[in-house]
Write a protein that binds this ligand. Structure first.
Ligand code: FDP
Length: 342
């Protein structure tokens, strides 16, 4: 910090961090494009009331949800930034039915799946929303096709999210590395490395996070597990914003478990694999937690092992600290299922 000025002449910026850790200039360019998008989306979210951006755009997106004006704008922001970055070949967005193949002359080695504005049902009431992304490297010799991105989560190179809240924080990890948080410093318009993310020692706060309105359709062991969260001398606290980014951000920082399980009506759950399940699973695992599908197609597996068949495929999600996911597994074990051993 330069004395008396409040200016850090050696600010640990996102670009500097990526460069130092990877020496990959293309990845620096990619992260700069994502960071620029997040800054623009954050500004749009903040000005939504003034700029009349609340409300529906009048269409439905690829997965059948009503599109909000901010959804459409955030999608345009991401696509423009990534397509023009020169380092991407295939883009998959929650808002677009088909993958976007970058024109040949502008292609680069990365493929990005993203949800430009997740939690959009919360936009109009000013609850936190976010952007989620997962990055793959194009297969050798590929000219950029869907096959470059329809791969298991373990093939992802890096992943992250940006949460638009009282502060704007971008959280991301390289495969196999730690999880780092960058806070947007509005005075210089840059994301600055602010903290390392890790599950609290011992599991942290006992919090469960799910849409209990769906409980009638859940398996009996999930119903039993959630009932058990609520009893005893020190029951779990219930926290659910309905914005995955906000719920996962809290889970990583405070501890607890987030669940969007399969149910009788939706055997694949609700959340999308490529741009919700995979990026969050990578961050949860690298923070020391467990990211499971719960009971899915007859068994329990890691989310990162799933191979999506379609770009908008869904999978059930049970993720959080080890203490709490193991607690969840116990109810299936008691019901006679074979569950993973940690
Ligand atoms: P939204 O529909 O508002 O965009 O998949 C999107 C998502 O929000 C997640 O962010 C959130 O966790 C979940 O859906 C909420 O679903 P429910 O409203 O069914 O609880």
């Amino acid at each position: 910090m330069e004395q008396g000025t409040g200016v850090d002449v050696n600010a640990p910026t996102l670009a500097g961090f990526v460069m130092q850790n990877t020496k990959d200039k293309d990845l620096v360019i990619l992260m700069q494009a994502i960071a620029l998008s997040c800054k623009q989306i954050s500004t749009a979210v903040k000005r939504a009331g003034i700029a009349q951006l609340y409300g529906l755009a009048g269409e439905m997106n690829s997965t059948g949800d009503d599109q909000k004006k901010l959804d459409v704008m955030s999608n345009d922001i991401m696509i423009n930034a990534l397509r023009n970055s020169g380092v991407c070949s295939v883009l998959v967005s929650e808002e677009d039915e088909e993958p976007i193949i970058v024109p040949e002359g502008m292609q680069g080695k990365y493929c990005v799946a993203f949800d430009p504005l997740d939690g959009s049902s919360n936009i109009d009431c000013n609850v936190s929303v976010g952007t989620i992304f997962g990055v793959y490297e194009k297969k050798e010799g590929s000219t950029g096709t869907t096959a470059d991105i329809l791969r298991c989560g373990d093939d992802m190179l890096c992943a992250g999210y940006c949460v638009y809240s009282s502060a704007v924080e971008l959280v991301f990890a390289f495969k196999g590395g730690g999880v780092h948080c960058f806070c947007l410093d509005p005075s210089i318009g840059e994301f600055i490395n602010s903290r390392v993310m890790k599950f609290p020692e011992g599991g942290g706060k006992k919090i469960f996070s799910c849409n209990e309105g769906n409980s009638e359709k859940w398996d009996q062991p999930i119903k039993d597990c959630v009932a058990a969260f609520k009893i005893g001398e020190k029951p779990y606290a219930a926290r659910y914003t309905g914005s995955m980014v906000a719920d996962i951000h809290r889970t990583l920082l405070y501890g607890g478990i987030f669940m969007y399980p399969a149910d009788k009506k939706s055997p694949k759950g609700k959340l999308r694999i490529l741009y919700e399940g995979f990026p969050m699973a990578m961050l949860i695992e690298q923070c020391g937690g467990i990211a499971s599908t719960g009971l899915f197609n007859g068994s329990f597996g890691r989310i990162l092992d799933v191979v999506p068949q379609h770009i908008h495929d869904r999978c059930p999600i049970i993720m959080g600290g080890e203490r709490d996911v193991v607690f969840f597994y116990d109810f299936y074990e008691k019901a006679g299922f074979t569950v993973p051993k940690s």
